[in-house]
Design a protein around this ligand. Structure first.
Ligand SMILES: Cc1cc2nc3c(=O)[nH]c(=O)nc-3n(C[C@H](O)[C@H](O)[C@H](O)COP(=O)(O)OP(=O)(O)OC[C@H]3O[C@@H](n4cnc5c(N)ncnc54)[C@H](O)[C@@H]3O)c2cc1C
Ligand SMILES: NC(=O)c1ccc[n+]([C@@H]2O[C@H](COP(=O)([O-])OP(=O)(O)OC[C@H]3O[C@@H](n4cnc5c(N)ncnc54)[C@H](O)[C@@H]3O)[C@@H](O)[C@H]2O)c1
Length: 451
């Protein structure tokens, strides 16, 4: 049966764009439907603005820790302008023109599935048909159930990353990637930040040591980190938000910032019309080719697999290659998880707890970088940095690693590759890293492993 398109991609975030580009390059007729901006959450309200905002305060703090360097001044107006440039002033005209020049059809509308065999998709006043549909609709921020939250000024990642002025007092809810990155940024820009983390540790999906070390760093930045605490109610008092906590404490703030997780975005997609139901976490469950059982393809945050841009783009490659006739299986070992705080926090593979749950006989080690390698001392006058490794004694391979140190987000990729490719530890022990680099820490740590 002839259809309007070979593939309709719904959602132009990094996942949808990756699939679109690859499918188009492979000769398929592609329609890309986007209800907001081409580039998705990542380009305008998440990865790009947050990393842009974090870098100047980071560089400033680095200067303060390097010998013979005075501390440069922050210029908020200039940083804000550069952030606006990096988020394209929330304008995707050039992106649309670029696609049109290449021959990809871009439709700016909310897409809804209205039928299948072939797929029928409504987008505004148009109805389109296609052989394949790819759902790449991303995720929405979770709004925690706090009585009265609607009464006070609340920022999700969107308001926080497009902020015009630095608020004086902030209550940050959630102590994982969003809470740590935005909390540190706001504190370094002069806000008084109280960070509430429900669990006993920050970054509670990582090794417990990671959360402990990060709490020390955030406290050194002046952040009031409260662990095991939640807000119960909120109300407005004039311009202030008054937040009551579960231990009876009261906080007053100008704004409450949410970093309490995200939920896959499926509302209004018309899934019920085509017989598809999200799982209990609201995600679209996919098989190893990123296909929803006997249905459309899905990728990125909406699948709930791992909410990262690099995972969305990987799944985009899997889907496109499979549709193009070269089926690929998605596997998720060795995916880096980097929080762009200072120092950078990077992890990959299993935590100690997860390795034990898998029944592995593990050896672990934790290396103080300042005691073990030269680079930290050439880099700063009072260095702090740690590398943790988790190895499988039986297979003699690495299964997990974490690091908190300058540029850890770059050199964690050695561990990512070792885990993904299951490089034997004996091969790693024979490795030669450039002197003096942070990468040398792997050999020093591996030699401490009791295998
Ligand atoms: C503050 C913050 C910082 C982050 N930093 C990083 C980082 O540094 N590195 C990293 O890897 N990850 C980071 N992330 C996570 C990253 O943003 C997401 O994992 C990534 O954006 C997911 O890409 P996606 O393509 O699945 O979805 P999205 O980027 O969310 O894009 C989905 C698109 O689908 C569109 N859409 C939804 N429904 C419809 C519909 N019915 N019709 C038409 N269009 C629709 C949306 O408008 C949106 O444009 C961060 C997240 C946050 C909140
Ligand atoms: N650098 C990066 O790659 C980066 C940066 C930011 C976000 N992200 C991605 O975006 C997603 C969302 O990040 P996130 O940090 O919002 O979510 P998250 O799911 O990673 O963590 C949410 C945290 O908030 C805590 N929490 C939840 N409800 C709470 C409450 N009511 N009070 C106090 N604490 C509460 C949880 O215990 C948890 O630690 C993540 O999956 C992450 O992968 C990635």
């Amino acid at each position: 049966m002839s259809t309007d398109f070979d593939v309709i991609v719904i959602g132009a975030g990094p996942g949808g764009e990756t699939a679109t580009a690859r499918l188009h390059a492979g000769g398929r007729r592609v329609a890309l439907i986007e209800q907001e901006l081409i580039g998705g959450e990542c380009a305008y309200w998440a990865c790009i603005p947050s990393k842009t905002l974090l870098r100047p305060p980071e560089a400033r703090a680095e200067a303060g820790r390097a010998a013979g360097l005075s501390t440069p001044a922050l210029d908020w107006a200039a940083l804000r302008d550069y952030r606006d440039y990096m988020i394209r002033h929330l304008d995707d005209t050039d992106q649309i023109t670029g696609y049109e020049k290449q021959g990809v059809t871009v439709i700016k509308a909310t897409a809804t599935l209205v039928g299948r065999d072939p797929w029928r998709v409504r987008a505004g006043d148009r109805e389109l048909t296609a052989e394949h549909v790819v759902l790449a609709t991303g995720s929405d921020p979770v709004r925690p159930p706090i009585d009265g939250l609607d009464e006070v000024t609340v920022w999700t990642n969107r308001e926080a990353t497009t902020l015009r002025e630095i608020p004086e007092r902030v209550v940050m809810i959630g102590g994982s990637a969003v809470g740590v990155e935005l909390g540190q940024f706001l504190a370094r820009m002069g806000a008084q930040v109280t960070l509430l983390q429900r669990g006993d540790r920050l970054l509670d999906r990582e090794d417990p040591r990671v959360g402990d070390i990060v709490a020390t760093h955030l406290r050194a930045d002046g952040i009031d980190v409260r662990l095991g605490r939640q807000a119960t109610t909120a109300h407005r008092d004039g311009d202030e938000a008054v937040i009551e906590l579960d231990d009876g404490a009261t906080l007053r703030a100008d704004v409450v910032v949410l970093g309490a997780g995200r939920r896959p975005r499926t509302t209004g997609l018309g899934l019920d019309t085509v017989g598809i139901e999200p799982n209990t976490r609201g995600a679209l469950e996919v098989d190893e080719h990123c296909r929803v059982a006997d249905g459309p393809w899905a990728l990125g945050d909406v699948t709930g697999v791992a909410l990262f841009t690099h995972v969305a783009m990987y799944q985009g490659r899997i889907v496109a290659d499979t549709i193009l006739g070269t089926p690929r299986r998605a596997t998720y070992s060795g995916i880096p998880r980097v929080v762009f705080a200072q120092p950078e926090i990077a992890a990959v593979g299993l935590t100690t707890g997860q390795a034990r749950q898998h029944g592995l006989d593990i050896a672990t080690t934790e290396l103080d970088l300042a005691d073990s390698i030269a680079r930290p001392w050439t880099y700063e006058t009072n260095p702090a940095g740690t590398l943790g490794l988790i190895a499988d004694r039986t297979q003699r391979v690495l299964v997990g690693a974490w690091a908190i140190a300058p540029h850890a987000g770059e050199w964690i990729h050695t561990a990512a590759l070792a885990i993904r490719a299951q490089i034997p530890i004996d091969t790693l022990l024979d490795g030669i890293a450039q002197f003096p680099t942070y990468s040398e820490s792997y050999l020093a740590a591996l030699e401490h492993l009791d295998l």
